[in-house]
Design a protein around this ligand. Structure first.
Ligand code: GLC
Length: 703
């Protein structure tokens, strides 16, 4: 019997009350006396899942001990509740658990999607040891506004990277065959990253053209990877809150993207429909959400009204059945009916720490390295300073709830462990620093100025930190800025004064060790930017896959323009998408395309592009080879560049490697505003290079 048949059989044996119970996620914070009432609710069959959270916007640490009750709560569900259906236990396992990996934006910078998948598989093991069988990740919101605090959770500004991250995280958590290990959750569907002004929870204006060509791609990839759940977003799009939009939640998510799991609301999103002015009250909100295609309410505030709505004919039993079936199918796909209790009790901590260190190292982006001042000699006399030299908690970033700070080595300690002549200074005076030519200044931003409800109006590096750099410059020092931050910071004020910039992000538990690995050359930096770094906040939004303009002012790619974008700032970003330096040099040559003129049928069979990449420097190093396209003439404006392929590989000193890509109609086409996917005749430019600024290209023609 297949999953759908088994689910229907289970449903057939349930009362309407039992079915309605499955549509709720229970939250201990709803009950005055906590765990006892939660157990009572489970025993009564009031919920199909429980969120393991101590506060409903956890984000920054959560000391709940609720996971210790999971086995008992599950026992009550499967032995004492009316339907005996096992529970899902959901938690925000966003980028780590006991071992914290880099924030998702930093993980994207690694462009090593296999390593990301491995890290998430290990994170899943850790979470399952705590009884968690459902995580509220991956977050797949495309974002172009680093003022938005949640930009740190997203895959970056590019949909191709979004699709690769979606697949890696879903398969990392779930596995690739049933019974899946644990349920992943693609969130926040959809358009949350377009919140106006970077203000969290706000409105978004997204055309159907942009929706289908930019925002939905990562969710489509998650659906193709069989993601079991989707979480809807708080925001509205073009006047429609996603929570109550059949267009977004059913027509597009299920009809076009092929998602067939269940949709859970974000925390409070259903009752917030009353504040958004589309629902009269909680009962009205419940009917709007369920009828739109939302299957489970996080925090059981509105859905208890569904019974009344059924009696009033505003909600049908069939709609309830559909939602309940989706939830039961998910539990069947996880094998919970056979094994309701976690099968995991221990994990290999050292292996997980090693994976995380490797990923943190591959996420580091070398933004500047004047006169190859890096890597440093381990015997060098270096002065250490900066406000983030000895922080631990900030390195983990936000949206990490179960971390263990004992596993964290600070950046300062990690440096001193390999460089015996490194000395810390808090006061920056010539007298103290007279014997030190080189200073490592560890700068950045605190973890809790990023994440949910933590947007900012100015992404500039702080004035105090900039002042430190100015002081060191006045003292004539060579300055290496190591920056531990979540979002892209605007670094214009210090960029010219420093000799090197090493962006280590909120790199997780292993940030410190990874920073030292890169600073002293044990790891050659191979991170590339998954999001544009503006010069100043005022350039936002600024992103690489922008369309051409009628006047010659495509400011992203050149300041040598007939028309400038701004009177008071260059138009180009400080660092473009895909950018990142290495300790070696790579040369690109012999780019070829299998056919420079091809028919649609030939394209459907794939045209091949290749390039030879040579390591002409003096270090073995990894390169992220990037393939972009440009559709030179189409019925709608198309981006100046679109990333369509990446390959990260190690190239040894003096070696040359030929890298192969294949392009099909799926890469050269696009969606019209009406949802039709088309591939149009005409010329395309194919670029293969080091970053989005590459001009290494061949023009091909589809006829
Ligand atoms: C929060 C977040 C969401 C999270 C959920 C549960 O408001 O928006 O990402 O998964 O609530 O904590």
């Amino acid at each position: 019997m297949n999953i759908k048949e088994r689910a229907r059989e289970i449903l057939a044996g349930m009362t309407l009350e039992e079915k309605l119970g499955q549509l709720n996620m229970l939250y201990i914070g709803m009950y005055d006396n906590g765990i006892d009432e939660l157990k009572k609710a489970v025993r009564a069959g009031d919920g199909g899942s429980v969120i393991i959270a101590g506060s409903i916007v956890p984000g920054d640490g959560d000391d709940t001990e609720l996971h210790k009750e999971i086995a008992e709560l599950q026992r009550i569900a499967v032995e004492e509740s009316p339907s005996k259906i096992p529970l899902l236990f959901g938690r925000d396992v966003i980028h780590g658990h006991k071992v914290v990996n880099p924030i998702p934006l930093a993980m994207s910078a690694s462009f090593n999607f296999d390593l990301i998948k491995e890290a998430y598989a290990e994170t899943g093991e850790e979470a399952m040891c705590d009884g968690i069988n459902w995580t509220f990740a991956p977050m797949l919101d495309m974002a172009r506004d680093p003022r938005w605090g949640r930009v740190i959770e997203c895959p970056g500004e590019d949909p191709y990277v979004g699709t690769k991250v979606a697949k890696a995280v879903v398969e990392g958590f779930q596995g690739t065959e049933m019974p899946y290990k644990m349920a992943a959750c693609a969130k926040h569907y959809i358009g949350y990253g377009a919140s106006e002004g970077g203000r969290d929870y706000h409105r978004a204006e997204i055309s159907d053209y942009s929706l289908r060509n930019y925002y939905t791609k990562a969710f489509k990839s998650a659906a193709d990877a069989n993601v079991l759940t989707v979480m809807n977003s708080f925001n509205e799009i073009n006047g429609q809150p996603t929570t109550s939009s059949k267009y977004y939640l059913t027509d597009i998510l299920r009809g076009e993207l092929g998602f067939d799991g269940f949709v859970v609301s974000d925390a409070g999103a259903v009752h917030q429909l009353t504040r958004q002015g589309v629902a009269k009250d909680y009962k009205d909100a419940a009917g709007l959400a369920l009828n739109a295609g939302l299957d489970m309410e996080m925090n059981r505030l509105c859905f208890p009204n569904l019974r009344e709505l059924i009696d009033e004919g505003k909600v049908t039993v069939e709609t309830v059945d559909t939602a309940a079936l989706r939830i039961i199918e998910t539990k069947l796909k996880l094998g919970l009916f056979e094994n309701p209790y976690s099968q995991h009790s221990t994990f290999d901590l050292n292996k997980h720490l090693e994976t995380s260190r490797k990923l943190a190292g591959e996420s580091v982006v070398l933004l500047k390295n004047k006169d190859n001042i890096l890597p440093l000699d381990k015997e060098a006399k270096i002065a250490l300073t900066g406000p983030f030299l000895h922080t631990k908690r900030d390195l983990l970033g936000c949206w990490t709830l179960d971390f263990d700070l004992d596993y964290v080595t600070t950046i300062g300690d990690a440096i001193k462990a390999v460089a015996p002549n490194a000395t810390e200074f808090t006061a920056l005076r010539q007298y103290d620093l007279k014997n030190y030519d080189t200073v490592v200044a560890v700068l950045g931003e605190a973890f809790d100025i990023t994440g949910e409800a933590h947007s900012v109006t100015d992404i500039s590096i702080s004035k105090a930190q900039a002042e430190e750099i100015h002081t060191l410059k006045r003292l004539g020092k060579k300055i290496i800025a190591v920056i531990s931050a979540g979002r892209p910071l605007a670094l214009s004020e210090i960029e010219e004064e420093v000799d090197a910039i090493v962006y280590v992000w909120h790199g997780g538990t292993q940030t410190g060790l990874a920073a030292a690995d890169v600073l002293f050359g044990d790891v050659c930096p191979s991170g590339r930017l998954p999001i544009t770094f503006p010069r100043v906040t005022g350039q936002i939004p600024i992103f690489y896959n922008c369309p051409p303009s009628g006047r010659l002012c495509n400011g992203y790619y050149s300041d040598d323009l007939q028309w400038t974008n701004y009177e008071d700032c260059l138009s180009t970003p400080l660092y473009p998408f895909g950018y990142g330096l290495s300790y070696t040099e790579f040369e690109y040559s012999d780019m070829t395309v299998s056919k420079e003129k091809f028919t649609l049928d030939e394209l459907k069979n794939g045209i091949k592009a290749s390039v030879t990449v040579s390591n002409t420097g003096n270090r073995d190093a990894k390169e992220v080879v990037q393939l972009y396209i440009r559709d030179l003439k189409a019925s709608y404006t198309r981006p100046l560049k679109e990333l369509k392929g990446t390959e990260k590989l190690l190239i040894e000193i003096g070696k040359a490697v030929t890298v192969h890509f294949e392009l099909t109609d799926k890469d050269l086409g696009y969606f019209t505003p009406h949802g039709e996917y088309i591939v149009e005749e005409g010329e395309f430019e194919i670029f293969i290079g080091h970053d989005s600024y590459t001009e290494n290209k061949i023009t091909v023609e589809l006829f």
